[in-house]
Design a protein around this ligand. Structure first.
Ligand code: SAM
Ligand code: SF4
Length: 338
């Protein structure tokens, strides 16, 4: 990873609420090889045209501008990022940007075992794998495609290559997979994995499912406690949006992410870049700034950095989404950088 040689006397990004913004989540594609019921309609979405999607060179230039104002951590997401050709090329380019300290990937891991070597060599440091069930038949119901064996192979490949800490994101849905909370938690007693249970969030496509299947993180933690005593622990590399707990002596830990509660917003240090170059200031808000147009019109790195600073003025203090509501603009997280 490149040593930081940035001029730290220049103002770094912080929003109006004094939250330093150091984390950029980048969607490299809106497409996916799964169709998780809480995320995408069965027939997919109206995909972006190829010409509208940022090239790797354009993404890297935006990362350079972001790093110059204090962004240190990059997460590559989607859609499913591993379906985009030669993703390792982008990882390598970002790894060479001054100031970038960490490059993580969020993936469904279907294609991870075959790409793990190239990604690691390119400079990938961490991986989050989405996995909602440990049962093959259920995987096919939730993801609407088969593939549990490939996901598990991807997880093992990531552990074997030292892509640690490995986080598993599990969206909990009452009546669909809540009876597996204990099995996932049990996993953390024998493997170095951080299983993070996520409350299902509303998007335009899933509002009925979300209303019926929502389970709070308090209830999720009660289920975990039913199999053993857990104590709060520090999360890997800071907590971010999750709160972590571990069984005594366990190599892994359990986390909960409660996006519908407001303390999630208090710790927000992130902005998102959509595959077509929109900087999104809040997961659930409409606030965004187009970076693609100025970039393609020849804006300099300093101009883009100025635009990033200006964007901080419209980052909201919190979202105001409540249980049972939906974000009308957002059909799926894959539109905005997962
Ligand atoms: N395809 C990759 C994956 O699944 O990890 C990256 C993109 S995916 C949109 C990023 C994360 O968002 C996944 O962990 C997924 O489970 C989560 N997600 C998607 N829709 C969600 C929803 N409605 N509620 C909660 N989490 C959701
Ligand atoms: Fe694809 Fe990830 Fe959405 Fe599932 S959650 S459909 S894997 S983008």
């Amino acid at each position: 990873m490149a040593a930081p040689t940035i001029d730290l006397t220049r103002a770094l990004l912080a929003d109006q609420f004094n939250r330093p913004i150091t984390y950029l989540r980048i969607s490299v594609t809106d497409k996916c090889n799964l169709r998780c019921v809480y995320c995408m309609p069965e027939n997919g979405l109206p995909w972006l045209a190829k010409a509208d999607i940022l090239s790797y060179e354009e993404i890297t230039e935006l990362v350079r501008a972001a790093a110059s104002v204090g962004v240190r951590s990059i997460r590559i997401s989607g859609g499913e990022p591993l379906v985009r050709k030669d993703l390792h090329r982008l990882v390598r380019a970002i790894a060479s940007v001054d100031g970038i300290e960490e490059i993580a990937l969020s993936t469904n891991a279907l294609l991870l075992s075959e790409q793990a070597d190239a990604l690691c060599e390119a400079g990938l440091t961490r991986v989050n794998v989405s996995l909602d069930t440990l049962r093959a038949d259920r995987f096919e119901q939730i993801a609407r495609r088969p593939g549990l064996d490939r996901v598990l192979a991807g997880i093992e490949a990531a552990i074997a290559r030292g892509l640690a800490p490995l986080k598993i994101n599990c969206v909990v849905m009452r009546g669909a997979n809540d009876d597996e909370i204990a099995a996932f938690a049990e996993w953390t007693r024998s493997r170095p994995v951080y299983v993070r249970f996520i409350e299902v969030m509303p998007v335009h496509e899933n509002v009925d499912l979300q209303r019926d299947a929502y389970m709070s993180s308090d209830e999720i933690l009660e289920r975990v406690r039913s199999i053993g005593r857990i104590a709060p622990v520090e999360g890997p590399g800071g907590n971010g949006p999750a709160r972590y707990f571990a069984f005594a002596g366990a190599p892994g830990a359990v986390g909960v992410i409660s996006p519908l509660s407001h303390d999630y917003c208090e710790r927000c240090n992130r902005v998102r870049l959509s595959a077509d170059g929109k900087l999104r200031l809040c997961l659930f808000g409409d606030q965004h700034i187009d970076l693609r147009a100025p970039l393609r019109a020849g804006a300099s790195r300093d101009d883009i950095a100025e635009t990033l600073r200006a964007a901080m003025l419209i980052k909201p203090e919190r979202h105001h989404l409540e249980l049972g509501e939906t974000s009308s603009r957002m059909r799926a997280f894959s539109e905005i950088g997962g």
